[in-house]
Design a protein around this ligand. Structure first.
Ligand code: H2B
Length: 95
């Protein structure tokens, strides 16, 4: 069973994941990414999909033309866990 993030890890989120914000009313984090066009957005989504599959941890996401909105939460934990932080950091590190 995956553990939810503890209080210290939650308090550190703005530092560990600048750019990601807590989702109101949900134990989740969210970030919006913008690209030049749809192809840019779709290429990014393909790279995220490979990361997600490698980590066996998958985003809830939405794409509108050049925008990709990614929400991360851990269904198995019923809220945020270290798996979300790990995936978010890997997404941020994509070229
Ligand atoms: N993705 C996310 N975001 N949360 C999970 O709890 C989760 C997942 N669990 N991807 C994994 C897959 C689990 O369902 C499988 C069985 O490993």
């Amino acid at each position: 069973m995956v553990q939810k993030l503890n209080a210290a890890a939650r308090a550190a989120l703005p530092d560990t994941l600048p750019g990601w914000a807590l989702v109101p009313g949900q134990d989740a984090i969210r970030r919006e990414f913008r690209f030049e066009d749809f192809v840019g957005a779709w290429g990014f989504m393909a790279r995220v999909a490979l990361l997600a599959q490698a980590q066996d941890h998958h985003p809830d996401w939405r794409n509108v033309w050049n925008k990709v909105e990614i929400t991360l939460t851990t269904h198995d934990a019923g809220g945020l866990s270290e798996r979300d932080v790990t995936l978010a950091r890997a997404i941020d590190a994509l070229p």
